[in-house]
Write a protein that binds this ligand. Structure first.
Ligand code: GLY
Ligand code: MN
Length: 450
């Protein structure tokens, strides 16, 4: 199916859900210092979903299945510095627009429209000015938000094909990172090997890469640490296609190629949680239960290693697992790595549900029954986070359930995370990232395959 046909189906589905016009802005670049030196442009994901192309400073109107495109010809200065872009007519033909106008005509299309806030503040201001109101998730805007969540939660074939192509590049990037490690002296060299693969496929990173020997910093964005032979390297790196579809993969490997016995035993605990969580995925299953299953596996594994004391059920009940696995087991994936989290919890949480204030549940990003077409990540981990483990209150709360002396035997493990992207199918699930091994022996072989 061509792009225009895919987009037509998406807007017809939107028209089945809402009966008022919608304006969606792509957004615009913001400058670093002078106007032509800008941060990289990333179009709004809601715009991309219906317009299919990363157009800058464009707007679409969607109504009753029709699409009207608004965009201007670039200025002579933009043409001089950035080159000529496709004409409005050519873009309109490519995306199957029913009409196309310059932006000055937008004012005639504002009656009773709904919209969603664009990511950049300058565009948000334009939205409010044009509509003469604030843009917030209320009234029609909220109805639109719910309709878009319904559509974007369950991916069509074109979306899944895009996610698969992002994943193929991500897998190549992770393999390159593993192979580069024995000769790397700092994290930055491994990052360069991984992002080099992504850039060479003309893709970008779907989020800031995490490539670190300090995996206990969940979103570590420093790359200057020395890589020592007894370190674990945690790499959370994912490519994004040119039309914005994301992937999100984490692997953890031994810098020397070979896990120490302590690293290997904790790696296998995390892998067991990962495997059990994935095995549970199918339509109708509550994602919260997938999370709790992973928590249970972590608690059980840590108890078997003598790090925790007690049975897994009680340990999870008291959130003891969260001392070492403080985040949720994953999230929605699509046009954004944490898909639709710009909408707060409207996408991630079923109506009527709110975030728990429990230590072990507060970072759960998805609390809905799974449905076919969803892509979710599964990413359990084990971390020794000083801010958690050295906190006097937590130490007191968990005084009797943690064997702190035994924990000290595992000081060569700061952070382990294993993350795959999983498509919920009609009858179960498909691990879209399965071509990248998770098994410790297979990972070791890859690292040592230079
Ligand atoms: N890839 C980073 C995250 O899932 O938060
Ligand atoms: Mn993730």
């Amino acid at each position: 199916m061509c792009l225009a046909d895919t987009l037509k189906l998406r807007r017809q589905k939107l028209a089945d859900l809402i009966h008022f016009p919608v304006l969606l802005w792509s957004g615009q670049r913001s400058s670093r210092n002078f106007r032509a030196n800008t941060f990289p442009f990333r179009a709004s994901s809601h715009f991309l979903y219906f317009a299919g192309l990363p157009l800058e400073n464009a707007v679409i109107c969607l109504e009753s299945g029709k699409l009207v495109l608004f965009m201007d010809k670039e200025s002579p200065a933009d043409a001089l510095w950035h080159g000529a872009s496709s004409t409005r007519e050519a873009v309109a033909a490519q995306i199957g627009a029913d009409a196309a106008y310059p932006l000055s005509k937008l004012a005639g299309f504002t009656e009773d429209v709904a919209t969603i806030a664009a990511p950049d503040p300058a565009t948000r201001l334009e939205q409010s000015n044009l509509l003469a109101r604030t843009v917030s998730a209320q009234g029609k805007d909220l109805e639109l938000t719910h309709a878009i969540v319904a559509l974007r939660s369950s991916h069509d074939a074109a979306a899944i094909a895009e996610i698969r192509s992002a994943i193929a590049v991500t897998i190549a990037a992770h393999k390159a990172g593993m192979v580069s490690t024995p000769n790397a002296s700092v994290e930055a060299q491994i990052r360069a090997a991984m992002e080099g693969v992504i850039l060479s496929h003309n893709m970008t990173c779907a989020y800031n890469s995490i490539v670190t020997v300090h995996g206990e910093v969940l979103h570590n964005e420093d790359y200057h640490h020395a890589v020592q032979p007894n370190d674990l390297v945690l790499a959370d790196v994912g490519a994004e296609t040119t039309t914005g579809w994301a992937s999100d993969v984490t692997r953890t490997w031994a810098a020397s190629g070979k896990f120490s016995p302590t690293q290997r035993s904790l790696y296998d605990v995390v892998l067991d949680a990962h495997d059990r969580a994935i095995a549970h995925i199918r339509p109708g299953v509550e994602y919260r239960d997938v999370h709790l299953l992973a928590c249970h596996a972590i608690a059980e594994g840590l108890a078997e290693l003598g790090i925790l004391r007690g049975n897994a059920e009680d340990l999870v009940e008291m959130d003891a697992h969260a001392l070492f696995f403080p985040h949720g087991v994953g999230h929605l994936l699509g046009l954004d790595v944490h898909d639709m989290e710009d909408l707060g919890d409207l996408a991630g949480y079923e109506a009527g549900r709110t975030r728990s204030d429990r230590f072990g549940l507060g970072y759960l990003r998805l609390d809905r029954p799974l449905q076919a077409g969803m892509v979710v990540t599964i990413e359990p981990g084990f971390y020794q986070v000083p801010a958690i483990l050295d906190d006097p209150e937590r130490r007191e709360t968990y005084r009797d359930v943690v064997n702190w002396d035994r924990l000290a035997d595992f000081s060569d493990v700061r952070g382990i995370r294993i993350e795959d992207d999983v498509l919920v199918t009609q009858t179960g699930s498909e691990v879209l990232t399965a071509a990248l091994p998770t098994d410790a022996d297979a990972i070791q072989e890859l690292v040592m395959s230079v």
